[in-house]
Design a protein around this ligand. Sequence first.
Ligand code: ADP
Length: 219
Amino acid sequence: KEPERDAGVLVIGLGRFGSAIAVTLDRLGQDVLAVEHDETKVAQYSGRLPLVQADATNPEALEQLGARDFGMAVVGIGSSLEASVLVTANLVDLGTPQIWAKAVTAEHGRILQRIGAHHVVYPESDAGARVAHLVSGKMLDYIQVEDDFVIVKMRPPMEMQGFTLAQSDVRRRYGVTVIGVKSSGREFVYATPETRVAASDFIVVSGHEDVLERFSSRP
Ligand code: ADP
């Protein structure tokens, strides 16, 4: 009997994106199978990942390696639009319930969506947009949770340094919510009104993007 793989993830293409996904899922204990056609890549990852050498643009090859049994597939091919589209179409034809595909351009993404990919991701433009926030202000990390809602790690502005959160009152004054504070050598603590913030601390704050953009550029 075949192993139960409904929860398994097929990762096609071990480029930078696909390999990071496959290695991480494998480390998290997920059932992963990587598919790669390039000899050198296969040699590089064999022994480190469950791996099959195959050309995923070929529907029979996919069928043979048991692709039909997987609940999820990630298409990590970006450099060849043709291969990306063919592989995604093959997975749609197999009925893979959740297909994640990487797009390099907006047009590429539209095609993937149109042929039936369930989730299209844009790792390069996403990373670029994120890094723009980091280079432009004092943000040390930045996560966009929703279109307009972000979580930011930053150094506290001057007016918070040496004061408790009740005293600096940034929620009322600026509309940002402090989630927690991290002092060096100490555990992260969740914010309370009594939490005192030092200049050398990191704070983690949440709020609307434009509000946090302004808040994080305060001296
Ligand atoms: P990245 O930018 O994330 O490194 P690439 O597009 O450069 O992504 O890498 C895609 C990977 O997918 C390469 O390792 C390539 O050999 C592999 N690949 C491309 N086409 C196929 C295919 N038809 N079947 C299996 N693997 C493929």
